[in-house]
Design a protein around this ligand. Structure first.
Ligand code: NAD
Length: 367
């Protein structure tokens, strides 16, 4: 199901349960503002290439709009709209004074050089700089972007508006970022998992975990589960998937991936079919990559007892119904992955518009 149709359907169900007035329901489904911009950059070989960038500002009733910027070939207006909507619900669930927004560029970042990525980010920022801002809309990293991307946005935005470190979060520490922001989403996923399991008298150290996605969120979740004695028995990323029924040494796998750029052929596991990963036998499945990966085609084959939605909208509504009939417990994205935006909030308030750090908060030792 299309991402926007899926998130809107979930919201309508929630609105019905809340007894929300039909006019408010309708107004909350329509975004505050949708921006679509053309970004043309010179490639390193001198040729010109154009990309389409989006920023959807969903709602600002609770505070400045907040949400990541995604670089991925599947970025499209509906997907960005859905993700912006989810940010509004997520910041409300986390009870931080933000609204929701999301942005993205339809591109394949792995195929762009660092200087091409920088040019693209700067052109995108030039196109949207007058619509984002410290007190209006504050971007952060998402799939395919990171602290470096935020540094480029901050630098480009500051050319127009003066030094404004609080215009983005998830930025490098030297530019006013928070220690621990990089790990925050994965750490929040693990805190949420522990709280969920405790409700069922279980604990991380006694269970097996399968994780789809080994980027920022997935690798941090895997690392922290491994540290707590949980067995991560299968992981995947865009390059492929590996498994080890005795548990993968995540510390070694992170080093291996840093050196080779891939998970495949890791000596501490066996390569496996990535399509089999989501239906692999385990206690807890943690999708940490794309949306809509659990759907009516594979939901009935899922063997996990718990699903923790580290990714945004990994489970589409049809899969939700099938999984709930099977008795699978799902921890929803707007709670499970809210750790990132929560630490972003503290990063944002610790820095003034003039760049003076007020009270640096160290989240890296938060355990
Ligand atoms: P990332 O770019 O750091 O990592 C994404 C990972 O997914 C990579 O390992 C990539 O190889 C993998 N991947 C891509 N396509 C795949 C496929 N088809 N099969 C298996 N793996 C695939 O991104 P991230 O920041 O870790 O974000 C992951 C998810 O978490 C996204 O849904 C994002 O919206 C969500 N999220 C991120 C944050 C954050 O703070 N970064 C916060 C909340 C939610």
């Amino acid at each position: 199901m299309n991402a926007l149709a899926a998130t809107s359907r979930n919201f309508r169900n929630a609105a019905r349960i809340l007894g929300l007035d039909a006019k408010i329901e309708k107004s909350l489904l329509i975004p505050f503002r949708e921006i679509k911009v053309e970004c043309t950059i010179p490639k390193d070989d001198g040729s010109l290439v154009s990309y389409v960038g989006f920023r959807v500002q969903h709602d600002n009733a609770r505070g400045p709009m907040k949400g990541g910027i995604r670089y991925h070939p599947e970025v499209d207006p509906d997907e960005v709209n859905a993700l912006a909507q989810l940010m509004t619900w997520k910041t409300a669930v986390a009870d931080i004074p933000y609204g929701g927004a999301k942005g993205g560029i339809g591109c394949t970042p792995r195929e762009l050089s660092k200087s091409e990525l920088e040019r693209l980010t700067r052109v995108f920022t030039q196109k949207i700089h007058d619509l984002i801002g410290t007190h209006t809309d504050v971007p952060a990293p998402d799939m395919g972007t990171n602290a470096q991307t935020m540094a480029w946005i901050l630098d480009e935005y500051s050319k127009f508006h003066g030094h404004s470190p609080a215009v983005v979060t998830g930025k490098p520490i030297d530019l006013g970022g928070s220690l621990g922001r990089e790990a925050a989403t994965g750490r929040g996923v693990v805190f949420g998992t522990e709280a969920l399991l405790a409700e069922y008298g279980k604990s991380v150290k006694d269970l097996t975990f399968v994780i789809q996605g080994f980027g920022n969120v997935g690798s941090w979740a895997a690392r922290l589960i491994h540290e707590r004695g949980g067995k991560v028995i299968a992981v995947s990323d865009i390059t492929g998937a590996i498994k080890n029924p005795n548990g993968i040494d995540i510390t070694e796998l992170i080093k291996y991936k840093e050196n080779t750029g891939s998970l495949l052929n890791f000596s501490g596991g066996d390569n496996m079919d990535p399509n089999e990963l989501l239906v692999h036998e385990c206690d807890v499945l943690i999708p940490s990559a794309l949306g809509g990966v659990l759907n009516r085609e594979n939901a009935s084959s899922v063997k996990a007892k718990f699903i923790v939605e580290a990714a945004n909208h990994p489970t589409d509504p049809e899969a939700d119904e099938i999984l709930s009939k099977k008795g699978v417990i799902i921890l929803p994205d707007i709670y499970a992955n809210a750790g990132g935006v929560t630490v972003s909030y503290f990063e944002w308030v610790q820095v003034t518009d003039r760049g003076k750090t007020l009270s640096p908060i160290d989240f890296s030792e938060f355990d």
